[in-house]
Write a protein that binds this ligand. Structure first.
Ligand SMILES: *Cc1c(COP(=O)(O)O)cnc(C)c1O
Length: 353
């Protein structure tokens, strides 16, 4: 499918590299493509960033049939622009489509849309250390209709915007509240899809944890509230003794691309990394025995987010003296090194535009 291009006649003022915040400023152009049962996905186009027109009855508003992705474009020292494993995002988008009864997109179209949009707005990829261009593909139901069933029509849209360094003063461990009541997802639900609805489900716990002074929550399984699932909107890893553990993908955990990359890196370093069910009890017991060395979250936004403190039913433990551990630091340095083109890309993860 051809992607047509209409360039903006009014380029926006770009924010200064040191004033970037997440999700506030968007680049000059957007990608959009529509679906109808008659035409399939059609009319792929890049147009000036603009409002969408929607009927008040569009199904996405009422029934939440909406999914998204998140990835970044990184500026290298040579002035080129790198994408990190974009095919993984497109594949995951299609997995989310399946779960929410949305017709999948052609992988090559998805990739080409990202490449072309980032290329057209490549001046928007900031240069300052640690900054990047955030890319947000999403698909939502556009049929005007009340009544619960899958929509007949959809739009696939991509917007981008420059974002600042997640850690301005080096990576910093966060305090985490182990959520005893609310759950994010359950097996058989939407947890393994990147569905907007999962975020709606998470807000209340997030707000209450913030009020208690915690940055994010550690989610336990939705049935027994014993087994660890994720931390905030990240996957989670534990270094216990000389092994590294992360919860296995069980149907309610989002299969993170950073998670997958960390597993591959840890294996390549000869470390013992295991994907398995892990209970919060076990983590606390490991801490008792002095074996819990590191806890960290993984995700596109922060890359690696070390956990310095856990509060589970008012039992507070401090991990690695509240400092970033060596494995967290090495993963962070390696992943960002590959993304920004400072380290060799031995796994073929990077695509340069
Ligand atoms: C997006 C997301 C992640 C992280 O995925 P990455 O591909 O590593 O960015 C983890 N958990 C949830 C719930 C997410 O939505």
């Amino acid at each position: 499918m051809m992607i047509s291009v209409e360039k903006t006649k009014n380029p926006k003022q770009k924010p200064h590299s040191d004033q970037l915040v997440f999700g506030k400023v968007f680049s000059d152009h957007m990608f959009i493509c529509d679906y109808s049962p008659e035409k399939g996905w059609h009319d792929a186009r890049i147009i000036p960033y603009q409002n969408l027109q929607i009927d008040p009855s569009v199904m996405t508003i009422h029934y939440g049939q909406s999914i998204f992705e998140g990835l970044k474009a990184y500026r290298t020292d040579e002035g080129q622009v790198n994408l990190f494993r974009p095919i993984e995002n497109i594949r995951r988008l299609n997995e989310s489509c399946k779960r929410l009864c949305i017709p999948p997109i052609d992988e090559e179209l998805g990739l080409e849309a990202i490449r072309k949009l980032v290329d057209i707005d490549r001046d928007w990829v900031p240069e300052e250390d640690g900054t990047s261009l955030y890319i947000r593909p999403f698909i939502f139901a556009t049929e005007p209709h009340l009544g619960v069933r899958p929509s007949k029509n959809y739009s696939f849209v991509i917007i981008t915007g420059p974002v600042g360094a997640y850690y301005k003063e080096g990576i910093n461990p966060v305090r985490i509240y182990v959520e005893p009541n609310y759950v994010r997802a359950v097996k058989g639900g939407l947890g393994e899809a990147k569905a907007s609805a999962n975020y709606a489900a998470s807000l209340k716990a997030q707000v209450e944890a913030n009020e208690k002074g915690y940055t994010q929550v550690l989610w336990l399984d939705g049935v027994e509230k014993k087994y660890i699932e994720e931390v905030g909107t990240m996957n989670v890893f534990f270094v216990i003794g000389d092994e590294v553990f992360t919860p296995e993908l069980n149907g309610s955990i989002l299969p993170g691309i950073t998670r997958k990359s960390c597993i591959e890196l840890l294996k390549s370093w000869g470390l013992n990394i295991k994907e398995r069910r892990i209970s919060i009890q076990e983590v606390y017991e490991a801490h008792e025995k002095g074996q819990l060395k590191e806890v960290f979250g993984t995700g596109t936004a922060a890359v690696i987010s070390p956990v310095g403190e856990l509060n589970w039913n008012d039992n507070v433990i401090t991990i690695n003296d509240g400092k970033t551990g060596p494995i967290s630091q090495r993963l962070y340095d390696t992943l960002t090194g590959i993304q920004y083109g400072k380290l060799p890309d031995e796994f073929g993860w990077v695509e340069t535009l």
